[in-house]
Ligand binder design. Structure first.
Ligand code: FES
Length: 181
């Protein structure tokens, strides 16, 4: 009778099963099959982890593009132009109530807005126009008023920029640009 090779177990030392200890005869392990399954499992593991890595990278890339182009949030009126004097600032909330932002008017024709949350640990930054900076009192962080980029202290990332535009005499927020550099 022809023996199905799939049904034959090969002990680790290759000796006949009849010479193996009783426990191995009762529970034979086919070394070849065992290695084959391990290779197959390992290949499956590699494919799955590689796939997860690719999906993760695509998600990060998508988020980076979204952040660079400004996330799609609805426009919102911040204030009338007359509400903010030249050299002054104004706190507003955008795009939701728990997101404080700061609008600055360093010159008559220049409006700049940032998230008010420090990029270190989210304390509120305050303008110091005499030093051309936004100051975070929590750990003495400073940001450039013109760019929102960190100048000194613990923060390493710029403040998210709020896109603003003038519609007649009204100032509107039109988007949020999260930045990494
Ligand atoms: S929270 Fe702003 S410097 Fe630490």
């Amino acid at each position: 009778m022809k023996v199905d090779p799939e049904q034959v177990s090969t002990p680790p030392d290759g000796a006949p099963l009849s010479t193996q200890p009783q426990w191995r005869q009762d529970f034979p392990i086919d070394v070849g099959q065992d290695n084959y399954v391990e290779r197959r499992e390992f290949t499956k593991f590699l494919v799955l982890t590689s796939g997860a890595f690719v999906v993760g990278q695509l998600w990060i890339a998508g988020k980076a593009i979204e952040a660079r182009e400004g996330s799609a949030v609805p426009s919102q009126k911040i204030a009338d132009l007359a509400d903010i004097p030249v050299g002054g600032s104004l706190i507003f909330r955008y795009p939701v109530q728990d997101e404080p932002c700061i609008l600055l008017r360093p010159q008559a024709e220049t409006l700049i807005a940032y998230s008010q949350k420090c990029t270190h640990l989210s304390c509120a930054v305050v303008p110091e126009p005499q030093h051309n900076r936004l100051h975070c009192p929590c750990h003495e962080g400073n940001f450039d008023i013109a760019t929102g980029k960190p100048l000194s202290g613990p923060p390493r990332r710029p403040l998210p920029r709020i896109h603003v535009e003038l519609r007649g005499q009204e100032i509107w927020a039109t988007g949020v640009e999260a930045r990494t550099v």
